[in-house]
Design a binder for this molecule. Structure first.
Ligand code: PEP
Ligand code: MG
Length: 762
């Protein structure tokens, strides 16, 4: 609370103008007490009345002022007595005075404190709430203390000036409220960013083409572009047909005539030109007409005709690719780039020059999609899953991304911008403070130590990981180098990559996960097409079906560890004991072969990932067979809650604070320990400061996370005694609602002075 008071005072004194400072004051007090209204009254110059000069929660008609005669009403009572008043129902109090035009009848609970300067009451600070309740002792103490601290700066304010600012401000505020209405997203990556919108969209992806409305002067140019694209597409199809003529029968070549027929048909091209005439750019017009055609074909009974929908879609993509070739302008990335897109891809993210990317906004996408994991790893505040937004309009606009609350503000007012600039500055100060923790152990104040490790995917991640003082690698996603290639890397190529990582971290341990493809991670040269990929062929299921791939990878890992001996291996997506036994058998076999070849490498410690409910229930059996368990909470949450981690429509249901997930986490660590094995956690939850409290309480031995989260978690561990973490865990285990659990834990961080980790500011 002390820290919050300091923040409120600092913000009050530093605001640019009087109106803003008073408004921020009441807003922040209301937020800190988590109540519904906070109002400040100041005594006028001739001491005859108190004037309402700021409120957050009461509604007052425009151009009206509210004054309460000296000695009247509850404000008068507080002022004449010079004491706080804390009552559960203001309206039944004999001194209650209903001020017409103000919605005070909406509130029952009432707490007010006098602001006293040099023995004289100069103002009254009041908070209100709809339900009947007595504010508790800590809330009363908070308001009284703050009123005392405010006395000095408020004594310097002239009430008339405050009143004028209040009236002016409300008119301005109404305008601003319209401007400062945020767009909300379902997925958020913590942090605040202020910058300039840069619109990107995946190439040749019709569904990702944004609307872009053109001026009448641009219509002819867009039509020309479309006609050229049409011509070039026809030429390209004819060329293709000619090239294939020697290998393909004439009946099959006829498909190309169908394509040309569609392109030549007036109903297709004319409809697109018509759309352009109505003000849509060529790419948007193409998208609309292709969609219309697809709908029509999809509804057809005849299988053959329904299949034509695929042709239309394919043609649409080809035309779009041609249009984009012509319309491709080099994207200019300003220093404060906020990437904006229907759907941000890892490639779009990678194209931004290093150091320029400040934030991201994506209509589609969810918490644990790999692009979100990447953004989190890079510490880029992001909001995804935003509906009702036209991304094209965000290009070149000033944008605020508030990743703590999942809100984006476009073209914000001066006041809002100023507010966020202050928060951003405080956040930067906070991280500068965190740097000092780099070399300190992750040890609780009562002497319990945990290991803080990093999740990495490429060798380049090693640098940052070591600068934040990681104790090792808790998860090396070995599929990453496979994803960026055109074919499977050879044993020697893999050995060289793994060696680089093992050497960078030695003597610290590196846990390498064997290839985890499938689901949303498919290799371009090894496509897996399935109806339901998350429940399909992924992780260890793929590698056990392809022992040649698996064995090559295991050989490369073991060889890479020669003379370093810091390698640990773990298997993803283990669902059956049989899978684990088979994987262990192959590993031992490969180790023996290598030894027989004359290379001396230690058999590494081996772990299994617990990512599916079946493994939770068999955790003890699994633990008996391996050296450690590591929880993949991203997938575990997905499978326990039956919520696709990549689907933005159900992203609101994906929550690792769900009591069922927490119960599973408790069971896993208990089972591992009862078998005398270590338990670590490497899903995104391990880097969440609120979760760190309960994971500590549960007894996890190691936390593995993105390097950008590591210092924050170290700060949490160093400030929360294990005893207290266990108490908090006990309370949380009795709760039913994931949101309440999160809120409860965030409050604990706030009380421990660590609130800056879960909200903007220090
Ligand atoms: C997990 O599932 O929690 C995990 C760490 O693996 P990935 O996110 O790579 O699936
Ligand atoms: Mg996983």
């Amino acid at each position: 609370m002390l820290k919050i008071q300091r923040r409120i005072l600092k913000e009050f004194e530093n605001a640019d103008n009087l109106g803003l400072s008073l408004n921020l004051l009441v807003k922040r007090i209301r937020e800190a007490i988590e109540t519904q209204a906070c109002t400040l009254y100041l005594k006028n110059n001739d001491h005859s009345a108190f004037f309402l000069v700021a409120t957050d929660g009461l509604t007052i008609p425009a151009n009206e002022t509210v004054s309460i005669e000296y000695g009247k009403g509850l404000v008068g009572l507080v002022a004449t007595r010079g004491e706080p008043l804390n009552i559960d129902n203001a309206q039944t109090h004999p001194d209650f005075l209903l001020v017409e035009k103000v919605n005070e009848a909406d509130y029952c609970a009432y707490l007010a404190a006098p602001i006293t300067h040099n023995g004289e009451v100069i103002g009254v600070l009041a908070v209100q709430q709809a339900e009947e309740r007595q504010y508790d002792q800590s809330e009363e103490a908070f308001l009284v203390t703050l009123a005392a601290q405010l006395a000095e700066p408020i004594s310097r304010i002239n009430t008339q000036d405050a009143l004028t600012a209040f009236v002016d401000d409300r008119t301005e505020q109404q305008l601003q409220q319209k401007r400062d209405k945020p767009f909300k997203g379902t997925t958020r990556i913590a942090g605040v960013a202020i910058g300039t919108g840069v619109l990107v969209y995946p190439p040749a992806e019709l569904n990702a083409v944004p609307d872009n409305f053109i001026t009448p002067a641009e219509i002819n140019l867009e039509i020309d572009l479309f006609n050229q694209a049409l011509l070039q597409t026809k030429e390209a199809i004819n060329d293709l047909k000619e090239r294939l003529r020697t290998n393909i029968a004439d009946e099959e070549l006829a498909i190309f005539d169908v394509y040309i027929g569609i392109l030549d048909s007036h109903s297709f091209a004319d409809a697109i030109i018509q759309e352009i005439h109505q003000g849509q750019w060529a790419q948007g017009a193409l998208r609309n007409i292709v969609k219309q055609h697809l709908k029509r074909f999809d509804a057809m009974e005849d299988d053959y005709l329904r299949e034509r929908a695929t042709d239309i879609h394919d043609l649409g993509q080809r035309l779009l690719a041609q249009l984009q070739k012509q319309q491709k302008t080099k994207i200019h990335y300003p220093l404060d780039t906020i990437l904006v897109s229907e759907s941000i891809t890892p490639a779009a993210l990678a194209e931004v020059p290093e150091g320029f990317l400040k934030g991201m906004i994506s209509v589609k996408g969810s918490e644990n999609a790999h692009v979100a994991i990447l953004a989190r790893a890079m510490g880029v505040p992001t909001i995804m899953g935003i509906s009702n937004i036209n991304v094209a309009q965000l290009d070149t606009q000033c944008i605020i991304v508030d990743g703590y609350h999942g809100r984006a503000y476009v073209a914000p007012s001066e006041a809002l911008l100023h507010q966020y600039q202050t928060l951003l500055k405080e956040e930067q100060e906070l991280y500068a403070d965190l740097e000092t923790l780099r070399d300190l152990p992750a040890e609780t104040p009562d002497g319990h130590c945990v290991a803080l490790c990093v999740n990495i995917g490429i060798a380049a991640d090693a640098g940052l990981s070591l600068t934040v003082g990681a104790e090792g690698v808790g998860l090396y996603r070995s599929e990453v180098p496979f994803l960026v290639r055109e074919n499977f890397p050879t044993e020697e190529e893999q050995r060289a990559i793994y060696r680089q990582i093992l050497a960078a971290f030695a003597p610290r341990p590196v846990i390498m996960r064997t290839l985890d493809v499938g689901g949303d991670k498919t290799l371009p040269y090894f496509p897996i097409k399935e109806e339901n990929p998350s429940l399909g062929w992924r992780g260890i299921r793929v590698t056990l079906d392809h022992p040649e791939i698996f064995r090559t990878q295991l050989r490369a890992m073991l060889k890479a560890s020669e003379s370093l001996n810091n390698l640990r291996i773990m298997f993803p997506m283990v669902t059956a004991i049989r899978e684990l036994d088979e994987a262990l058998r192959l590993l031992r076999q490969v180790h023996q072969e290598i030894t027989e070849e004359g290379m001396i490498v230690n058999m590494p410690l081996v772990g299994a990932m617990i990512e599916v409910p079946a493994a939770v229930y068999q955790a003890r059996l699994i633990a008996r067979r391996v050296d450690f368990l590591s929880v993949g909470s991203n997938d575990l949450t997905q499978y326990l809650l039956a919520v696709d981690r990549n689907n933005s429509r159900v992203a609101r249901l994906y929550d690792s604070f769900h009591p069922a997930v927490l119960a599973a986490l408790v069971k896993i660590v208990e089972d591992a320990h009862s078998e005398g094995k270590q338990a670590s956690i490497c899903g995104e939850i391990a880097g969440d400061p609120a979760a760190a409290i309960i994971l500590l309480g549960m007894g996890y031995d190691a936390f593995s996370m993105n390097s950008t989260s590591l210092l924050r978690i170290r700060w949490v561990i160093r400030n929360i005694p294990l005893r207290q973490a266990r108490e908090h865990l006990r309370e949380v285990i009795g709760m039913e609602d994931p949101l309440l659990i999160r809120r409860f834990l965030e409050q604990q961080l706030e009380s421990a002075g660590l609130g800056g980790l879960v909200r903007a500011g220090k």
